[in-house]
Design a protein around this ligand. Structure first.
Ligand code: G1P
Length: 287
């Protein structure tokens, strides 16, 4: 079955970015002139997704405004003759069919995805966490859609991590099939390094079969007393196989201030308009 729908989770408080996230959704932090969430939306579109639901929460209205039309701004740009900006702004609201569900209580990633159950219905779907920016062409999600088509099972994205960082990730126990593909034998959310069953950490891209919803409903709160997607996947393993797609492209954890700064610099340096000037500035100021 084709993967047509995606869930993008944007309901967290963004505590690592306080105080800015008191009044500004983390997902709207800029990377160049685009907000983080737009990278996830574009990745979804370029992977064949036709409908997106964004899980939001209190204080996230800027996201809805961003993907909506703004007639006042369009009028202003038209009057000023700013045709380039006008086209870009208009294109934004036509990118894809986006709708929103508010998660009323922030009970964890698993719970956030469960709120999308009625939107998804009985079909496999993608999940993208906009904190994770993956610099890959074709997009990481597209590769995962291909793996889904091969196995017709859930697929998680994984990357080699330093074992000391295991407490930041869901970790899989793999049975390696090929260079990029592993069968998942078990999953643990944020284990201590000594308990980590491998150095393959889950990154925020998933393809899930709809059976995950029934499983999520009985998943008990786990790490940090939250309903974890990793724990739900561990339960799903009792019914169905799960695969992991290992990628080696650059990934930025833009959900932390240092990861976001690295992404800003890296994207900035490669920007055709101001990359060269930024490089010269850095070369001079790093001397
Ligand atoms: C979430 C997941 C975790 C995964 C990570 C990837 O954790 O729970 O399994 O490894 O995303 O970014 P979070 O970073 O939201 O705490």
């Amino acid at each position: 079955m084709q993967i047509r729908k995606a869930v993008i989770t944007a309901a967290g408080w963004g505590t690592r970015f306080l105080p800015i996230t008191k009044a500004q959704p983390k997902e709207m932090l800029p990377l160049g002139t685009k907000p983080l969430i737009q990278y996830a939306v574009e990745e979804a579109i370029n992977s064949g997704i036709e409908q997106i639901v964004v899980i939001t929460a209190l204080g996230k209205r800027a996201i809805e405004d961003y993907f909506d039309r703004s007639f006042e701004l369009e009028y202003f740009l038209e009057k000023k003759g700013e045709i380039g900006f006008l086209e870009e702004i208009r294109k934004l609201s036509t990118l894809v069919d986006v709708c929103y569900i508010r998660q009323k209580e922030q009970l964890g990633l698993g719970h956030a995805i469960l709120t999308a159950r009625h939107f998804i219905g009985n079909e496999p779907f993608a999940v993208l966490l906009p904190d994770d920016i993956i610099d890959s062409k074709p997009p990481l999600l597209k590769h995962m859609v291909d793996v889904y088509e091969q196995y017709e099972s859930s697929v998680v994205a994984v990357q080699r991590i330093a074992k000391k960082d295991a407490p930041k990730y869901g970790i899989i126990d793999p049975r390696t099939i090929s260079d990029h593909i592993h069968e998942v034998l078990s999953l643990t959310e944020k284990p201590e390094p000594a308990q980590a069953l491998s150095n393959l950490g889950i990154v925020g891209r998933y393809i899930l079969t709809p059976e995950i919803f029934n499983v999520m409903q009985v998943t008990q709160p786990g790490k940090n007393k939250e309903i974890q997607l990793t724990d739900a996947l561990q339960l799903l393993l009792k019914q169905q196989a799960i695969y992991a797609y290992e990628f080696s492209e650059e990934r930025y954890d833009a959900g932390t201030p240092i990861g976001w700064l690295k992404a800003v610099l890296s994207f900035g340096l490669r920007n055709p308009t101001y990359g060269q000037e930024l490089r010269e500035y850095l070369d001079k100021s790093c001397k």
